[in-house]
Design a binder for this molecule. Structure first.
Ligand SMILES: Nc1ncnc2c1ncn2[C@@H]1O[C@H](COP(=O)(O)OP(=O)(O)OP(=O)(O)O)[C@@H](O)[C@H]1O
Ligand SMILES: [Mg+2]
Length: 497
């Protein structure tokens, strides 16, 4: 992966980055005093009235520290700076440059940055830097990242693992669908930072395997999706257990009114960094609406899937995902299905196979729409057009990340046209609209579509050579393929779920 890039494709926003009165950015300096107690939401003065469905940004009372030019200007442990350059991350992206001076000083942060703009490191570096040097007691983590999906939890753990390792912090991933015993035992062994989906974390707390009263840094990633998925009661119950005076950070590409409660109740005088959420603002992303006849849509979809190169195809239901995947496999396309009806080992394996190129088409529901990063993915196809502009933005955001180029293609049958015009206008996007047909030149030019081989394929789990453990006995217990292929690096910095 080419990580040494410049940021000039991102519009710099210095909103809220005025000269500071917060008394310097000394690493580890305490956060401004909170008005603890039930009225945590108070103190923002007048809040703009929210338009229906829209989100009113809170006011920052204490001015924010200005954005930095480079990572070296930040008050971070040297080990983290060294890890950044070892990873080839040399220049902070705008959301990192703007929020890190403040988050490192302990301020609460509300960050709305476009898909692929580097939010994970924005919150991750702050959380790790402020936790570095401390040691968690068994079952009592010091930092918490809450995310909506299991895949995202694993990805955040993987993204932060080299940095955590550099400052000797232990990461644990806590998600449903995987052995709770393993997660409990990792917590018992002591983990400074937990990356979790809300439901499983609650289960572990209920079992007495985890408590949050030592958590002094909490991050909510994709908070609006957690709200959309109905996790809000669990999220607030968890937030009520962390240290009341601790730091909270909330990041997403989209924020809506459902997040309002979280912001008012749990963020105190937050520094706000917010850029235009419109997907149209990701300048490296092309948007295409392809008009296709209903009877021809399946053939067109198959030809797109048969392109040379990877693609994610989004559909609305698990059933539709399974059906298309089967059809693609029979046509000779290396496709795999990802949705909430699959077991977690299957989900993990599928995503890994897509990331390594073992399968070239990921057919998915919205479970893959948020946060997931796959290198060199230049095409996302909405086989079923999304109905919510936010879904359009997040699905499309799986491509054109970190300054790379990519296209989002939405297949639209005649009956769907009117709804699509409205959705695009709500999303603030002016797509290029083209009439296409299977076998046609326009479809080939825009998507790289080509005829599939027609020779059915079966996707098998890649065989991994594993040295036989001495003394290992076969007790007839089969381990899922994903477990046998666990990358070695996780065992040191992050015990995966
Ligand atoms: N400063 C940087 N320099 C180079 N690459 C970076 C930098 N910061 C982040 N990246 C890379 O950019 C990619 C996207 O980052 P990330 O996944 O954090 O985006 P995001 O803002 O969380 O997107 P989404 O809204 O889709 O979740 C990752 O591959 C990450 O490693
Ligand atoms: Mg993200």
């Amino acid at each position: 992966m080419n990580r040494t890039r410049t940021n000039d494709r991102f519009a710099r926003t210095r909103k809220g980055a005025a000269d500071s009165g917060t008394g310097g950015s000394r690493f580890g300096s305490p956060a401004p005093r909170r008005s603890a107690g039930p009225s945590r939401s108070g103190g923002h003065g007048h809040r703009p009235v929210a338009v229906q469905g829209e989100f009113a940004l809170p006011r920052t009372v204490t001015p924010a520290l200005p954005a930095v030019e480079g990572f070296a200007d930040l008050d971070m442990p040297g080990e983290l700076l060294a890890a950044l350059s070892a990873q080839g991350v040399t220049v902070p992206f705008p959301i990192q440059a703007a929020t890190l001076p403040n988050s490192l000083a302990g301020r609460d942060v509300l960050g709305r940055g476009r898909t692929g703009s580097g939010k994970t490191l924005a919150f991750g570096l702050a959380l790790l830097a402020r936790t570095a040097g401390r040691r968690a007691e068994p079952r009592q983590p010091l930092g918490l990242v809450l995310v909506p999906t299991r895949e995202l939890a694993q990805q955040v753990t993987d993204a932060l693992a080299p940095y955590a390792r550099s400052v000797k912090l232990r990461l644990v991933t806590v998600v449903g669908g995987m052995s709770i015993g393993r997660q409990a035992s990792a917590l018992r062994g002591g983990a400074e930072v937990v990356v979790a989906t809300p439901g499983r974390l609650k289960d572990l707390i209920d079992r007495g395997d985890c408590r949050l009263d030592q958590v002094s840094g909490t991050v909510l990633d994709e908070a609006d999706q957690m709200a959309d998925m109905g996790f809000m009661p669990q999220v607030t119950a968890l937030l009520d257990q962390v240290r009341p005076e601790g730091q909270r950070m909330l990041f997403s590409a989209t924020l809506d009114r459902n997040v309002d409660l979280l912001v008012r109740r749990y963020l105190t005088d937050p520094v706000v960094h917010s850029v235009d959420p419109s997907a149209g603002a990701v300048t490296t992303m092309e948007h295409h609406v392809l008009h296709v006849h209903g009877a021809d849509k399946h053939a067109a979809t198959t030809e797109i899937a048969a392109r040379n190169g990877r693609v994610i195809m989004f559909l609305d239901t698990k059933h539709a995902v399974d059906r298309l995947t089967q059809d693609l496999l029979s046509s000779g396309v290396r496709a795999a299905a990802l949705h909430g009806g699959k077991s977690q080992p299957q989900r993990t394996r599928t995503l890994a196979q897509f990331k390594t190129g073992h399968v070239t088409v990921l057919v998915a529901t919205n479970v893959a729409a948020r946060g997931i990063h796959v290198d060199n993915l230049d095409l996302v196809v909405n086989v079923d057009p999304p109905t919510d502009p936010k879904d359009y933005l997040h699905r499309g955001g799986r491509t054109a990340r970190a300054g790379e180029a990519g296209s989002v293609v939405t297949l639209v049958t005649p009956g769907q046209r009117r709804g699509m015009v409205r959705l695009m206008s709500d999303a603030g996007i002016r797509p290029q609209t083209t009439q296409v047909s299977s076998g046609g030149e326009a479809l080939r030019r825009i998507t790289g579509a080509q005829a599939p081989t027609g020779i059915p394929v079966v996707i098998t789990a890649p065989v991994t050579e594993r040295p036989k453990k001495r003394g290992a006995t076969s007790r007839g217990r089969r381990r899922p393929a994903s477990a046998t292929r666990r990358p070695a690096r996780r065992s040191s910095a992050g015990e995966a779920a």
